[in-house]
Design a protein around this ligand. Structure first.
Ligand SMILES: Nc1nc2c(c(=O)[nH]1)N[C@H]1C(S)=C(S)[C@@H](COP(=O)(O)OP(=O)(O)OC[C@H]3O[C@@H](n4cnc5c(=O)[nH]c(N)nc54)[C@H](O)[C@@H]3O)O[C@H]1N2
Ligand SMILES: Nc1nc2c(c(=O)[nH]1)N[C@H]1C(S)=C(S)[C@@H](COP(=O)(O)OP(=O)(O)OC[C@H]3O[C@@H](n4cnc5c(=O)[nH]c(N)nc54)[C@H](O)[C@@H]3O)O[C@H]1N2
Ligand code: SF4
Ligand SMILES: [Mo]
Length: 895
């Protein structure tokens, strides 16, 4: 520990702010991190970064709470013959990974091994892993969690533009007069960009249309909200194309000069959605709303259609992308200031992964598997064994693992046991592998706990060093500002070491700048402008210039010093004909049908303050106060007909699995559909792994799973007891019932529900904390049990369990006090907050830590608008992610 602490304390005058980039969403905000000398850092927005101009959302602002070493993986570990994971030296771990892969390749050939990577890796990490597998091991079995995220957009871009290019940039969101958000909850998932859109609305009067089956926080800010049926987007945009044509609103000059295939696309679109009435019927929207949207689109030259997972994660995701792009091509609204289709990317380096060829159907530097590209990359890499054809896409990769065809797998920076569809099956597949290596930052997650053989400790954000590319093609530096703890190493360096151990040359990089230069040089190699992705202008960058690199958009061709903001306003597409392709849409169809046994559609997605499987945001008490447990949202009518109560528990069942989730009854959710967030796992909850519920059906072009429309059933689930445990250390409450863990100031809380008798909880508490000085309260007649354990005056744990749901706010306030005197000890078990401490309710504003109860009080005291609340409490005045919730409280005080 001494060594560790020493290594976290940079000496001397190093405590300057370091410019880096947020590790969460694809907005790619610039962050100023100032190390505190004790292993932590203060974070603030970087005013000079063109993505955020100094702002950060709730997640970015709470990055300081995720830097601790609790739960970090600090040393390589290896599973021994007895099944236990033990610390080993790096030499042994690397030898074992290399030998494991070599053995399988020797016996079964290169296609029996695979890498599964992540859009959270740096470009340099990704580049080296892709090179090792596709150029040296000789298989294209490299895929990434981007398959679950952006693959439909990639496929749609390639069909339409001949390359995976995002034609527009963020400034377009400031300049547009109409912003259409399709399948995007940007208020929660791309908050800083959403703030830019709202500013445009406020200052320039831009209109906002939101297309989503749920009335999200994003929808609440819309001028027009289209509560579309799941999968209805294709019908809607086909109807729009037909309407634009009928109304004479096409840009025929653009169509003639720069595109091909328009007539077929129009015929296809008319077949699906001939009229406004037909469109409205297919998309299950009011006709007037459809007409209003079409009219707005038609009349507004400067329109940006921004889309995300409601488009990508569907069985017709690629067709949806092309249906949107078709409307922009047909009106010439592409790559012009304020006018473009715009894919909002999810992960911080979703784009970088696409650039290096992280997807199994791409090679490197946006090249494919045509003979010329394969040969070009072979010569550039001096590669002994080039992959010559596409590898398995994520879902198919796990099926090949299940069948035993893939025997060795290296997972780097993703948690597929949680995030893949049909996740139980994916998890079982992992256990069948002969050789499973995982590189991660944490000691434990559901993937690591699925039979990993070798565990490799990677550097985390704040330690790692390299580049990421955001949604607008802007390459920014992630710079280290903390020393790497324990024996953690850079992901690229770990992969390069394994490459060398497998006997390959070409993996001798001195640092990330070396890797970056090679990546940039490959993008420019034999590229006279015919390939979109080109970083040639950075191929000779010095180490010092790499360290100082300003956020830069690509393409940046040789001899250029600046990148380009937009593409295609004047054609020059990357197809053989240089023309864009209109893609004739196929008949839209969801992959699954509802039935009497599965009468509801399960939609899945994100909440404001958690990131994916919570390995990082789950460590932040501030972020955990917004929503602390896995839930399912259901419309009041459905709730009534299925007997589900608000605040009670519900079993959600699909053909693939079952979960037990807290029920939230709300009319934000339409009838016939339920919504559950993706964040909880076996690590943080029981019965809350929503990925296990999701159907594994994929889009035929992109291989991306339909994560948002699984047929499901819901029924109530009653538990005899409910309660919570607060503990300074992570604890292991009995597994029989329901549990959800969340970080709180000074420890952890477990929300509990159980059918075990109070006596069982008593023995658990005594077993876990009985060695301490404990007080107890038992009410056998009501089946209630409360207990607290102390070390001296310090409260170390407290458990409340009983037949009624109970608020933990009181106990939480005592927990925050740390030291309790005699009177407070007695008061603690009463469940009321300590004297003088107000109970603040669920957190609304994560930036300033303001809860619902304080906001309600301010409203009671006269605040009439969200702006008034901001003046009174500062709530909502920083990142603005909570403004929709504050507005809701203002209009429905107390509700
Ligand atoms: N807070 C937070 N932010 C994040 C992340 C996070 O984990 N937490 N993750 C990041 C990542 S990797 C990603 S990919 C992005 C995702 O960002 P988003 O795509 O905005 O997020 P989701 O919640 O997955 O889904 C968006 C919306 O699609 C809607 N939808 C479902 N089906 C349909 C449909 O058929 N049509 C339409 N039009 N809409 C539909 C859902 O109701 C949902 O509101 O967020 C990024 N930002
Ligand atoms: N049902 C359903 N499923 C979904 C989605 C959905 O909307 N619905 N969304 C999909 C989408 S869009 C996405 S992007 C995925 C996300 O799903 P995942 O990628 O599985 O989720 P994360 O929690 O981000 O997992 C990242 C892991 O990498 C580790 N890690 C973080 N940084 C590093 C690093 O620098 N190096 C290494 N080696 N490890 C690191 C973290 O500790 C964590 O264990 O989920 C997908 N699954
Ligand atoms: S919007 Fe928030 S999560 Fe996304 S990059 Fe910016 S600060 Fe990070
Ligand atoms: Mo994503």
């Amino acid at each position: 520990m001494d060594r560790l602490e020493a290594s976290r304390s940079p000496g001397g005058a190093l405590l300057q702010p370091i410019r880096t980039t947020c590790p969460y969403c694809g907005v790619g905000c610039g962050v100023l991190a100032t190390p505190d000398g004790a292993g932590g850092a203060k974070v603030a927005g970087d005013p000079s970064h063109p993505a955020n101009f100094g702002r950060l959302c709730s997640k970015g602002s709470a990055l300081d709470e995720t830097l601790g070493l609790d739960g970090r993986l600090l040393h390589p570990m290896r599973r021994g013959a007895d099944g236990a994971l033990r610390r080993v030296a790096w030499e042994e771990a690397l030898d074992a990974v290399a030998a494991g892969f070599q053995r399988v390749v020797d016996r079964h050939g290169p296609d029996a091994v695979a890498f599964y990577l992540s859009g959270q890796l740096l470009t340099e990490d990704y580049y080296v892993a892709n090179k090792l597998m596709k150029g040296f091991i000789g298989s294209a079995n490299v895929d990434t969690n981007s398959r679950l995220c952006m693959a439909s957009t990639v496929a749609g871009h390639r069909r339409a533009f001949g390359a995976d290019v995002v034609p527009g940039c963020y400034e377009d969101l400031d300049l547009a007069d109409l912003i259409v958000l399709v399948g995007s909850n940007a208020a929660w998932c791309h908050p800083i960009l959403f703030q830019r859109m709202l500013r445009n609305k406020e200052t320039r009067g831009a209109k906002l249309v939101v297309i989503d089956p749920r009335r999200t926080a994003t929808a609440e800010a819309a001028d027009l909200f289209l509560e579309i049926a799941p999968g209805g987007d294709q019908a809607l945009f086909c109807g729009l194309l037909a309407h634009l044509s009928d109304a004479g609103a096409l840009d025929s000059a653009f169509i003639d000069a720069y595109t091909k295939g328009f007539d077929d696309a129009l015929i296809g679109a008319r077949r699906i959605s001939p009229t406004i009435a037909a469109t409205a019927a297919s998309a299950k929207l009011p006709e007037a709303a459809v007409a209003q949207f079409f009219d707005l689109f038609m009349r507004t030259p400067r329109v940006v259609t921004a889309f995300s997972q409601g488009v990508n994660q569907s069985a017709q995701g690629t067709d949806k992308v092309n249906a949107i792009v078709n409307c922009h091509l047909a009106t010439g609204r592409i790559g012009k200031a304020g006018a473009s289709p715009f894919s909002l990317t999810g992960q911080p380096n979703a784009m970088g992964g696409r650039e290096v060829g992280g997807l199994a159907n791409q090679l490197a530097a946006h090249m494919g598997f045509d003979a010329q590209s394969v040969d070009r990359v072979r010569r550039f890499w001096n590669a002994p064994r080039m992959a010559t054809r596409e590898g398995h896409k994520a879902v198919a990769m796990f099926e090949a693992i299940e069948r035993g065809e893939i025997k060795a797998l290296w997972i780097i920076g993703t948690n597929p046991a949680v995030s893949l569809p049909d996740a139980d099956r994916a998890r079982e597949a992992l256990r069948r592998l002969d050789h499973l290596a995982v590189s991660d930052n944490v000691l434990s997650n559901d993937t690591i706990n699925s039979g990993v053989h070798i565990l490799l400790p990677a550097q985390a954000w704040g330690e790692k060093d390299g580049t990421v590319t955001n949604s607008e093609r802007r390459v920014s530096r992630q710079r280290p500002f903390l020393p790497a703890p324990g024996e953690t190493r850079a992901d690229w360096a770990i992969v390069a070491d394994v490459g060398r151990r497998m006997g390959f040359s070409g993996f001798d990089y001195a640092g990330p700048a070396d890797v970056f230069r090679e990546h940039a040089a490959l993008s420019a190699f034999e590229n006279d402008g015919e390939r979109d992705f080109d970083l040639g202008g950075l191929a000779d960058i010095s180490n010092a210039a790499y360290d100082a690199l300003e956020p830069t958009q690509w393409p940046i061709r040789r001899k250029e010093s600046r990148g380009r903001a937009r593409f295609f306003a004047e054609g020059a597409f990357y197809t053989a004909t240089k023309r864009a392709n209109f893609v004739a849409p196929e008949q839209p169809a969801l992959k699954t049908e509802l039935s009497a046994a599965r009468p509801l559609r399960l939609n899945t997605g994100r909440i404001r303050d958690q990131w994916h499987t919570m390995t990082r945001t789950g460590a932040s008490p501030r972020l955990s106060r917004h929503i602390a447990e896995p839930f399912v949202e259901i419309n009041p009518r459905d709730a009534a007909s299925f007997g589900v109560e608000d605040g009670g528990f519900a079993i959600v069942a699909t053909d693939w699995a079952e979960c037990v989730l807290r029920a939230v009854v709300t009319d934000r959710q339409p009838q016939g559909q339920i919504f559950a967030p993706i964040h909880w796992s076996d690590e943080t909850a029981s019965l809350g792994r929503v990925g296990a519920l999701v159907a594994p059906f994929v889009d035929p072009y992109s291989g991306q799973p339909e994560a948002k429309a699984t047929p499901a059933a819901i029924s109530p689930r009653a538990f005899a007891l409910q309660g919570f445990l607060l503990s300074r250390e992570k604890a292991a409450p009995p597994e029989d019932g329901w549990r959800a863990r969340a970080a709180v100031e000074g420890g952890w809380t477990y929300r509990l529900a159980s059918d075990a008798p109070p006596q069982a909880w008593r023995s658990f508490f005594r077993g876990a904390f009985g060695a301490k000085d404990a007080i107890e309260y038992i009410d056998d007649s009501h089946g209630a049990y409360r207990a607290a354990a102390f070390e001296g005056e310090r409260l170390v744990a407290t458990l409340f369990i009983g037949p009624e749901p109970m608020s933990w706010d009181g106990a939480l306030a005592f927990f925050a006090l740390e030291r309790l005197d005699g009177a407070q000890r007695k008061a603690l078990l009463s469940g009321r907050p300590p004297d003088g401490v107000a109970d603040d309710g669920p957190l609304i504003c994560a930036c300033f830590g303001v809860g619902a109860k304080r906001i309600e009080a301010a409203i009671g005291a006269g605040c009439k608008t969200a702006a008034d609340v901001g003046k009174a409490l500062r709530a909502g005045t920083n990142c603005g992610s909570c403004l929709p919730e504050i507005r809701r409280l203002v209009t429905q005080p107390g509700g």
